[in-house]
Design a protein. Structure first.
Length: 282
């Protein structure tokens, strides 16, 4: 009963916080994350997501009861566990979009070949590249193709693509194509080659930075593992679980849980790589 009550309370806290905060995030999402707005809405509304959150709340509450045998720590762990599936879904979407963003050099190089060696027009080459773009990027190219078929206005088509992708690389590519379209295609092949090289270097720098963070990410796991191990060890020392039953002990445990979660959030926050700023979005 204690675990069930803790799980219900944790789920209620999670739903209340989500309603009050309105889905705000302290960590800035990746630029291409705007492409997953439909996916995000599905995640928010889907029943399976709520079931996973409820199950995680039950697991967290049960863990709190097993470790501490007290209601307050169980409620805190249930509330923390209820947010896990949502965070995992956002991280998975971000990883998929990061993988899609890594294909920019390849897409730009393909565009260079189509407009240069094969002699295709800029709109035709852009739409052809979009049909073979990664799945997270394809809806943006589909919207741009629809705009082109309706208006045959390249500036408007490029603006639709920029707005949908919301990515600095897309902004630079669209502006390059727009200038080439308005002033003539001379030198476009060289500019696209230089842009592909620039995107490739930036991606390599980010991979190097992420590789250097591997040790820090491994150490971050100990923020959760070590306190959990100490709590388990405390069960076999002295009076064990009975010591956690007092009011003062429960308050100390609540403070400890808050500190652990705060350190976990802070460690993740300082390891977030800065995202390139959009300077050509209009």
């Amino acid at each position: 009963m204690r675990a069930l009550a803790a799980a219900c309370a944790g789920t209620g806290v999670w739903l209340l916080c989500g309603a009050l905060l309105g889905g705000r995030r302290s960590i800035r999402p990746a630029p291409l994350l705007i492409l997953s707005m439909r996916t995000e809405k599905v995640i928010r509304r889907a029943g399976p997501q709520l079931l996973l959150s409820a199950a995680a709340a039950v697991a967290g509450g049960a863990l709190g009861v097993v470790l501490f045998g007290a209601p307050l720590p169980a409620v805190a762990l249930a509330a923390a566990g209820a947010t896990g599936p949502r965070r995992a879904a956002v991280r998975a979407a971000t990883r998929r979009l990061d993988v899609a963003r890594a294909t920019w050099p390849q897409l730009i190089e393909e565009l260079r070949i189509l407009t240069g060696s094969l002699g295709m027009s800029i709109p035709q080459a852009l739409l052809e590249v979009g049909r073979r773009a990664p799945a997270p990027m394809r809806p943006a190219f589909t919207a741009a193709e629809r705009e082109w078929l309706l208006t045959t206005d390249l500036p408007r088509t490029l603006q639709v693509l920029k707005d949908a992708l919301a990515d600095p690389a897309a902004d630079t590519l669209c502006e390059t194509l727009l200038v080439a379209h308005e002033l003539g295609g001379s030198g476009l092949e060289q500019r696209l080659a230089a842009l592909a090289d620039d995107r490739d270097r930036e991606l390599q720098h980010r991979r190097d930075a992420e590789a250097r963070q591997a040790g820090a990410r491994f150490a971050r796991r100990f923020v959760l593992i070590v306190p959990a191990g100490m709590a388990l060890a405390g069960m076999s020392v002295g009076t064990g679980r009975q010591a956690y039953a007092t009011t003062s002990a429960q308050l100390v445990v609540l403070v400890a849980i808050a500190m652990v979660l705060g350190c976990w959030w802070w460690a993740g926050r300082i390891m977030v790589l800065p995202e390139p700023r959009r300077v050509l979005d209009r």
